[in-house]
Write a new protein. Structure first.
Length: 164
């Protein structure tokens, strides 16, 4: 089979496909007329509610306790927000949490740590695993850092490094 004949027939098929696509696109682009939208008639406004009937309905809802399953009043009196705010004012604030810092790690197993910022202890302290200081407990010490717990907080401390 002659390659030139195959190529020219393929070009012919491609041109025929392109012409068909153009004709179909023109047919698809024709605008179809949509029917005019139906406009619904506007309903008349609702009649005004009389104040007497509104008061009667309000009393009926309040007396029925519609938001309770047993439809009876609560046995416990409602406590207003002002009462709870007074109770909060009398509660002393929690003590501030210390700003702990790990100054360094000492030795080899067992490791010791230089801990800064322990309340009531100025400067650095040498601590070991299991030590308790000012309500803080040293849980773990490794060559990479230390874990200290206390005051509802867990500190995972790493050695502070100076800038190069």
């Amino acid at each position: 089979m002659n390659p030139r004949l195959v190529e020219s027939s393929l070009w012919g098929v491609a041109m025929l496909a392109m012409a068909t696509a153009i004709l179909e696109a023109k047919h698809a682009m024709r605008r179809s007329e949509a029917p005019a939208p139906a406009i619904w008639p506007v309903s008349s406004p609702a009649p005004a509610v009389e104040r007497d009937s509104l008061a009667v309905l309000t009393e009926r809802v309040a007396d029925a306790d519609v938001f309770r399953l047993d439809r009876t009043p609560a046995t416990v009196a409602y406590r207003q927000a002002a009462d709870t705010q007074v109770a909060r004012v009398n509660v002393p604030p929690a003590p501030p949490k210390p700003a702990l810092a790990l100054a360094g790690i000492i030795g080899g197993p067992p490791w010791a740590a230089l801990l800064d910022g322990v309340p009531g202890h100025p400067g650095s302290l040498v601590v070991h695993r299991g030590d308790s200081l000012a309500g803080l407990t040293v849980r773990a010490i490794s060559p990479n850092g230390a874990t200290v717990t206390g005051m509802d907080t867990t500190w995972r401390l790493v050695v502070k490094r100076p800038w190069p």
